[in-house]
Design a protein around this ligand. Structure first.
Ligand SMILES: *Cc1c(COP(=O)(O)O)cnc(C)c1O
Length: 367
């Protein structure tokens, strides 16, 4: 039986292991393990790549969101508008800083927050908008920037799935006030462990990020606020420095794989394919189809029986999670997406013949 996972890092590891082992060795013998020269250089390289003034490594994408929100001045009693169709960390971070999420439904075409539904939920307590560039596709940022200006709101981008993606020529994470990235191993730029990044162009926000990640102190042992222990370590920074120069090529490979899926699936009526919006560069963190007529779980099982992995991102929209029990939110399009979505095998070095097996199985299911 074939065994095709939804994501496979092994070919990537084989292709870069010599460089990675070399960089790990250098760190080992340097004796410096937390926030050292590799983190400094990585932060500079990432700031240059993303087109931002400041970039800071932290423990995880979740921490990036928590610290990013706090550095942007979001806290107790504030309301933050976001999407219910995302990973839980997005809204969890809002609660962790003492604020409250206000969900708005998604645009069924992009799975991203429907920017037309935003203005009606803005109240005097609304302090920020937290768009998620889901599956690697940019949220429509121009209307958000207009609203943010008009209502004096901060924009915190969740770029965990969108590293290297673009909106109208700008890198995701460089458009709002703060950008929050994850280096979780499966993300488009992934470490071999946890890690995250926060970006900003604002000097004061940058100062707060630096302080918050290090126990609220700019000067060691002179703590000015209650912060976190959330640093990127040298080993992961050195590995990320090996991977960063390759990420554009890997993202292009993801786009090529997506293009092949598109072509092969064009004639199948039972599914609908992800669409790339004008002016965006989709980096296909996931290739996510909709399976129509209630057949999603049956297709998923059919693939599993053939040894082909697939995943439902996400089976429960945030507002339906047990943690929000008692709330009476309903969001038609987010709930529909949760019933229909299926993410297919996707990784940059997926061989064409492996992809052909996935395509064949799906075509067979629908004949
Ligand atoms: C992965 C992810 C996060 C959290 O990142 P971690 O590094 O796992 O903490 C946040 N938001 C979204 C949309 C994600 O996909």
């Amino acid at each position: 039986m074939i065994n095709i996972p939804i994501f496979d890092a092994s070919a990537e590891v084989v292709s870069i292991h010599e460089e990675v082992l070399e960089s790990i060795k250098d760190v080992l013998f340097s004796g410096q393990f937390i926030l050292g020269p590799n983190v400094n250089k990585l932060e500079q390289e990432l700031a240059a790549y993303l087109g931002v003034k400041y970039a800071y490594g932290v423990n995880s994408g979740t921490d990036a969101l928590v610290i990013g929100l706090r550095a942007a001045g979001i806290g107790s009693g504030d309301k933050v508008i976001t999407t219910p169709f995302t990973f839980f960390a997005t809204s969890e971070a809002i609660h962790q800083v003492g604020a409250e999420p206000i969900f708005v439904d998604i645009d069924p075409k992009t799975f991203n927050m429907d920017v037309n539904k935003l203005e009606e939920v803005i109240t005097p307590d609304t302090k920020a908008i937290l768009p998620v560039h889901l599956f690697g596709q940019a949220c429509d940022m121009d209307p958000l920037l207009v609203l943010a200006q008009k209502h004096n709101l901060k924009i915190i981008e969740d770029v965990a799935q969108g590293f290297g993606g673009e909106y109208k020529g700008k890198k995701l994470g460089s458009i709002g006030d703060v950008g929050c990235f994850s280096f979780f191993p499966t993300k488009n730029l992934g470490a071999y462990g946890d890690g995250g990044l926060i970006t900003t162009n604002d000097e004061e926000t940058a100062r707060l990020i630096r302080m918050l990640r290090a126990h609220g102190s700019e000067k060691k042992y002179h703590n000015e606020m209650f912060g976190y222990n959330s640093r990127l370590d040298e080993l992961h920074a050195s590995i990320l420095r090996v991977k960063l120069p390759k990420v554009d090529d890997w993202n292009q490979k993801r786009r090529d794989i997506a293009a092949r899926y598109h072509t092969e699936f064009a004639g199948i009526n039972g599914i609908s394919l992800p669409s790339e919006q004008d002016g965006t560069s989709h980096v296909f963190h996931q290739y996510t189809i909709r399976v129509l007529e209630g057949k999603r779980d049956s297709l998923k099982q059919y693939l599993a029986d053939k040894g082909i992995g697939s995943m439902v991102y996400y089976p429960v929209p945030l507002h339906k999670l047990p943690v929000y029990q008692g709330s009476n939110w309903t969001f038609e399009f987010a709930e529909k997406a949760a019933e229909e979505v299926l993410s297919l095998p996707m990784w940059p070095l997926m061989p064409e013949k492996v992809q052909a097996e996935v395509v064949k199985a799906i075509q067979e299911y629908f004949v």
